[in-house]
Design a protein around this ligand. Structure first.
Ligand SMILES: Nc1ncnc2c1ncn2[C@@H]1O[C@H](COP(=O)(O)OP(=O)(O)OP(=O)(O)O)[C@@H](O)[C@H]1O
Ligand SMILES: N[C@@H](CCO)C(=O)O
Length: 327
């Protein structure tokens, strides 16, 4: 698509929330936006007189500054920007992306997705590209190539739209958004262990290529319970579905102490417990903030026993990404 697009604006700032993906059996299918943390991305553009292609720079600020690359070819925001710049022929602009990185990168809270989403929204708005939700989803998902090596849409959908989103990719890309029950609360526990670069790609390789029909049936039934629970605004029904017999058994090996922390959290009142995204964070689901605070303490105690520091985030489902300012 080589079109001539102009902008009367010079900068746009967008915030995009953290997210959790999979919710157990919904691998690559379920995304949930979380109001715990957010990335804030400002895209600044300046018209130039030539069309030299090297027109994109990234500056990173915030707590996670040192954890992500500023080379646009390896940063999820940069990959999204490059794709849009090339498709809309925006080489007659210098583009600077400033990322305030607040979501820890590589821990299963949709960090790479949030930067990608905020970048796509800012470009769309600055250049008046008129991208519909489906196109925004698709451009944003380009960013997941930076961490997963493939496009996947679950974290992207959770961060872009907020709340609970079901992603279908076969036979074509489609999404279904469902509002979350107001009493749904989650606790995300982030163990501060060293994570490999491209963690998601690595942890995707652990998953068996062939799955017995019996296990597939179990996971589909549980996934249906989750969807029915969101549809009926019933936290119990959601939590009854958060059981995964395909992905969790292989990925939990990457998470020290996982079985013990899960067992203790469930004993102490968590209504469901699973891996958040590709891990190593875990996530507990509950129906009250008070219980959530207790589970956060329990998780910390369990990690202390094995000498691992962790951070916990008590969150509710969030709204989607929003533009903060444009001038
Ligand atoms: N803008 C970005 N934000 C976060 N991570 C990025 C970004 N750009 C590139 N990366 C790289 O992507 C990897 C982190 O992505 P990864 O998918 O592994 O984790 P995540 O997005 O935090 O979690 P998950 O997808 O499991 O929820 C790191 O290697 C990081 O350097
Ligand atoms: N569905 C993805 C989410 C993490 O990016 C996975 O589990 O690999």
């Amino acid at each position: 698509m080589k079109v001539n697009v102009h902008s009367e604006f010079s900068e746009c700032t967008t915030r995009a929330p953290a997210s959790t993906a999979n919710l157990g059996p919904g691998y690559d299918v379920f995304g949930l936006g979380l109001d715990a943390l957010e990335d804030i991305v400002t895209v600044r553009i300046k018209k130039k007189s030539n069309s030299i292609k090297n027109n994109l720079k990234i500056i990173i600020k915030g707590n996670g500054k040192k954890d992500i690359p500023n080379n646009p070819n390896y940063n999820s925001a940069g990959i999204v920007a490059r794709k849009i710049i090339s498709e809309y022929n925006l080489y007659n602009y210098n583009c600077l992306i400033e990322i305030e990185k607040n979501i820890p990168a590589g821990y299963g809270m949709g960090s790479s997705a949030a930067s990608a989403v905020a970048t796509a929204i800012s470009f769309n708005s600055l250049f008046g590209l008129d991208l519909d939700e489906s196109k925004l989803l698709d451009y944003s998902a380009e960013g997941e190539l930076a961490s997963a090596g493939v496009k996947h849409y679950d974290n992207i959908a959770g961060s872009l739209f907020g709340n609970f989103v079901i992603i279908k990719t076969y036979p074509k890309l489609e999404f279904i958004k469902i509002k979350s029950p107001t009493d749904l609360v989650v606790v995300v526990c982030v163990p501060l262990i060293k994570v490999p670069k491209m963690k998601t790609e690595i942890s995707r390789k652990l998953i068996p290529k062939k799955v017995p029909l019996e296990k597939t049936v179990h996971n589909i039934a549980n996934a249906c319970s989750i969807v029915a629970g969101f549809y009926n605004q019933d936290v119990n029904m959601i939590c009854n579905g958060i059981n995964d017999c395909i992905i969790e058994p292989v990925r939990k090996k990457m998470i020290p102490g996982y079985d013990k922390i899960k067992k203790r959290s469930l004993e102490e009142g968590a209504m469901a417990f699973t891996i958040s995204g590709a891990g190593p964070s875990s996530i507990a689901f509950l129906n009250s903030r008070k219980k959530g605070l207790h589970i956060a303490e329990v998780m910390k105690e369990e990690y202390e026993k094995i000498d691992i520091r962790c951070e916990t985030y008590l969150a509710k489902p969030s709204n989607g990404a929003t533009i903060i300012s444009k001038k």
